[in-house]
Design a protein around this ligand. Structure first.
Ligand SMILES: [Zn+2]
Length: 139
């Protein structure tokens, strides 16, 4: 199912952890709608500005999957409000954070580095107030 010009629902629900643990991570319709809005508000503009395809590491997480990956209790991922976009370098991550913070409406925009994996967590809360949380987490 197509969510926007460059993104399909499958990218946001696939999860190797879910496969491994036999967790069904299918998105309910309201989640698909929230993801569609996230694409319109943040991911499509970011893709245009980054001038390259974006790889989604993690999008929607049902509560079982969110627990399995150690996600925050009220994570935006639970509602289809958030996506983790893979970055090639910390510099790229910071650059994309700046682009989103400068040109998009957003709820969260967080650079995350865990060992060698680097990603930008972006969120937009459909029909809710945005909190404009932007920071970096290095572990
Ligand atoms: Zn995230």
């Amino acid at each position: 199912m197509k969510l926007s010009e460059h993104f399909v629902l499958e990218e946001f629900v696939r999860s190797s952890t879910a496969d491994k643990l036999g967790i069904c991570n299918e998105a309910p319709e309201y989640v698909a709608i929230n993801l569609q809005v996230l694409c319109q508000m943040v991911l499509e503009p970011l893709r245009r500005m980054a001038e390259k395809p974006l790889h989604i590491n993690s999008g929607y997480r049902c509560s079982a999957l969110n627990m399995a990956v150690g996600g925050a209790k009220n994570s935006n991922h639970l509602f289809g409000f958030a996506a983790d976009v893979r970055c090639e370098s910390w510099e790229e991550c910071k650059e994309w954070q700046w682009l989103v913070c400068t040109y998009c409406d957003f709820d969260e925009c967080i650079c995350e580095k865990h060992g060698k994996s680097i990603w930008l967590h972006v969120a937009y809360r459909n029909n809710m107030p945005q909190r404009y949380r932007a920071f970096c987490i290095e572990k």
